[in-house]
Design a protein around this ligand. Structure first.
Ligand code: SF4
Length: 335
């Protein structure tokens, strides 16, 4: 299986009055062709900065790539000119956002916006673009596409707007779709429909998907591989089965414990990870997770653990993951 995207030691940050602040640091992961990779973590973990960096959109937000490589189809995006990136954005790599109302233009009809995206990336007449826009609306399961083409974003429901946004993102037949919290603004039923739609489209169009989510349940449903981020660092990375069946990092273990279940005592308080994510300007020394980690030792407080291979298919940044995994197995009776 070949890799469509390979992120190597990516570090990116923002200019502030007090100098440059790193928002992501030494991030490494890859996306295989036709597969879905989910980046999970709490707000402030660096998930969205990672996705904005891949498209070099961070540069429009007072940010910059400080180090690393982003190889897409074998070419390093860091070295691309603005003109080249304009063609790649919305071309070979498309992105859908959390709130389509802010991404769609309120003063143009859905049809005009999808047609513009088609005509920007493909040489086609207005009539051909409109025909393709209708096909795309059908592809994303929009009812009455002829009517939707003539409607403005405010005339559509949240779910329809997200479908229109996905249709627009597909206008250029992208090889990689980046979906940044695509269902957060939707209710549970519509969320499930949109996730199913993304899975179907991935299969039909042989796309790869990089899904950014704070919802570990969404990651379990959607992903082939999972990248767990915290305070700008990758803490654990592995197949969806490894991560959910046998999490090794205390942060991943904490995230999984905080998923609500339908069995057990429904009146019991849901476990949570104590404390909060650190401020970018005041990172803890050593392991960034140590102030919240019940297993922290003095070594953890002083020396940052590297992201190392736990086995051929898995990487983890924790000094004590083997001992923790054994202890957790005893506590849970090996489940
Ligand atoms: Fe916890 Fe130490 Fe592992 Fe960090 S390195 S997660 S503080 S045990």
């Amino acid at each position: 299986m070949s890799r469509i995207l390979e992120i190597k030691q990516l570090t990116a940050g923002f200019r502030t009055d007090n100098g440059i602040i790193k928002a992501i640091d030494d991030v490494t992961f890859s996306v295989e062709r036709g597969k879905t990779v989910c980046i999970v973590g709490e707000s402030g973990s660096g998930k969205s900065v990672t996705s904005l960096s891949i498209l070099r959109l961070i540069e429009f937000e007072n940010g910059m790539i400080l180090n690393g490589e982003m190889n897409f189809e074998g070419e390093n995006l860091v070295q691309k000119s603005n003109e080249e990136m304009c063609k790649i954005r919305g071309g070979q790599i498309s992105m859908i956002f959390q709130e389509p109302m802010t991404a769609l233009n309120p003063v143009f009809t859905i049809g005009k916006q999808i047609c513009e995206a088609i005509r920007y990336h493909k040489k086609s007449s207005k009539a051909e673009a409109m025909k393709r826009a209708r096909e795309l609306l059908q592809l994303v399961g929009m009812s009455e596409p002829d009517i939707r083409l003539k409607q403005y974003p405010h005339e559509l429901s949240g779910g329809m707007r997200q479908r229109a946004m996905i249709a627009m993102a597909l206008a250029s037949d992208p090889k990689l779709l980046i979906a940044d919290e695509p269902t957060t603004a939707l209710d549970v039923t519509i969320q499930s429909q949109i996730l199913t739609l993304l899975q179907d489209l991935k299969e039909k169009l042989n796309m790869s998907i990089l899904l950014i989510t704070h919802d570990i349940g969404v990651a379990a449903e959607m992903s082939d591989r999972v990248v767990v981020m915290y305070a700008g660092k990758v803490l654990e990375e592995g197949s969806v089965y490894d991560i959910f069946d046998k999490p090794l990092h205390p942060y991943t273990i904490g995230l999984l414990r905080s998923i609500p279940t339908t069995d057990g005592d429904r009146t019991a308080k849901l476990p949570s990870i104590k404390g909060g994510i650190p401020n970018l300007t005041d990172m803890p020394t050593g392991c960034r997770f140590h102030p919240r980690c019940e297993y922290a030792t003095s070594k953890c407080k002083q020396v940052e653990p590297p992201l190392e291979r736990a086995n051929e298919n898995r990487r983890i940044a924790c000094w004590h993951y083997e001992a923790i995994a054994n202890k957790e197995a005893v506590l849970t009776g090996g489940r």
